[in-house]
Ligand binder design. Structure first.
Ligand code: GLN
Length: 385
């Protein structure tokens, strides 16, 4: 058995959702919306299943979806893409990340990452033969200085993986941060794998900037998007890879041996959904903004201190600031068992000992679920503070 994988723990998301199911706890852990996504998009998928075809679509994705991705980003993301040569459809963004890493990283290469980082990055980098080199982001704003980022780049650095808006910190890399990373990528001839799946979930006036638009990065960025996040349908697993033609060629070669294709009906329904007007996405953000405010206010009233949230549908509690002396992982285990609420400890997003004082809550939930979550967290605070 390959020790790289057999030694890995099960992802924290699956563990916490499993515990929530077993105990009947309110699940604010694994990130997924409680509502089931736009009805018209689901109807489009259902109609496509009945109408067919139900056979392999083209390896790089249905032309209609690739055109829709290019149109969508041209209209709403300020990025111009050629659908014929610059877009590949994958079975979710995690496959896109795997394909991008396999396409770019060779044994012995180093890959710069920013901690805390999504838990799939480091194992996938290692599987591609690379070594992750972490830049630690500093709370509460989760940024790093030029010197801190530059220290992670060496002559062996081949790629950098970044995520903005950033899961789990709920922060957004601003233009200055992107320019800092871009400058180093250009200077060291490095490819950026830019996980932008949260691009539409920006809150409180924050703006998403794509790494594709950062200075000098158009031909050295692999941008990754996700229909699951754009429409709040996380089970669909439809991802998009956008990159200059040579990078797209390489990523498509990796994708063809991972999943080869993605269900055609989901692809055509996503193509339909991406055509929605800006008002649809504004309304989605407004809805998430209301839920965030409800959770923030409810938690503040119970004595919790939370961190700023400019993007993603996650809000982080500062346990120390909230008067709770438990480490985050212990708090998470005890909260689900003793207080009836599942949360995600941020230490799960670090390779080695990380910040042990924050837990992540998903607020993409109905009001009554958020209220039950707040009540259970208040109980936890009563037990542990
Ligand atoms: N992206 C989801 C989260 O951050 C989890 C996805 C998964 O369970 N693998 O919660």
């Amino acid at each position: 058995m390959n020790p790289l994988y057999s030694a890995l723990p099960t992802t924290i998301f699956d563990i916490m959702s499993g515990l929530a199911r077993e105990t009947g706890a309110v699940n604010l852990g694994q990130g997924f919306p409680e509502d089931d996504g736009p009805l018209d998009v689901r109807e489009a998928a259902a109609a496509a299943i009945l109408a067919g075809p139900n056979q392999y679509p083209p390896m790089r994705g249905l032309p209609a979806l690739r055109e829709a991705v290019a149109e969508h980003y041209g209209r709403l993301g300020g990025v111009s893409l050629d659908w014929r040569t610059e877009i590949t459809i994958t079975s979710g963004a995690t496959e896109a990340i795997a394909a991008a890493l396999l396409a770019v990283v060779s044994p012995g290469d180093e890959v710069v990452v920013f901690e805390p980082m999504y838990d799939a990055y480091a194992p996938l980098i290692r599987r591609a033969g690379g070594t992750p080199t972490a830049v630690r982001l500093v709370p509460p704003m989760w940024t790093a200085t030029d010197d801190q980022i530059a220290a992670a780049f060496t002559p062996r650095t081949r790629a950098v993986v970044l995520n903005t808006p950033l899961n789990p910190t709920a922060s957004v890399f601003d233009d200055a941060m992107l320019a800092r990373i871009a400058h180093l990528c250009v200077a060291h001839d490095v490819i950026a794998i830019s996980d932008e799946v949260w691009e539409h979930v920006v809150l409180d006036g924050a703006q998403h900037q794509s790494m594709l638009s950062a200075p000098g990065m158009r031909d050295r960025t692999i941008k990754i998007g996700s229909a699951g996040k754009i429409f709040g349908m996380t089970g669909w697993k439809v991802g998009f890879v956008c990159a200059a033609p040579a990078l797209t060629e390489a990523v498509a070669r990796a994708h063809q041996f991972l999943t080869f294709t993605t269900p055609p009906h989901l692809q055509s329904a996503v193509a339909f959904g991406l055509g929605k007007d800006a008002a649809h996405f504004d309304a989605m953000r407004e809805g998430y903004g209301r839920s965030k405010a409800r959770l923030e206010l409810g938690l503040a009233a119970e004595g919790f201190v939370t961190l700023p949230c400019a993007g993603t549908y996650f809000l982080n509690i500062d346990l120390v600031g909230s008067g709770i002396a438990l480490a985050d992982a212990e708090f998470a285990l005890r909260a689900v068992k003793e207080a009836g609420v599942a949360v995600i400890p941020l230490s799960a997003f670090y390779e080695h000992a990380g910040e042990g004082r924050f837990v992540r809550l998903c607020f993409a939930k109905r009001d009554e679920t958020l209220d039950r979550g707040i009540e259970a967290l208040a109980k936890a605070r009563g037990l542990f503070a």
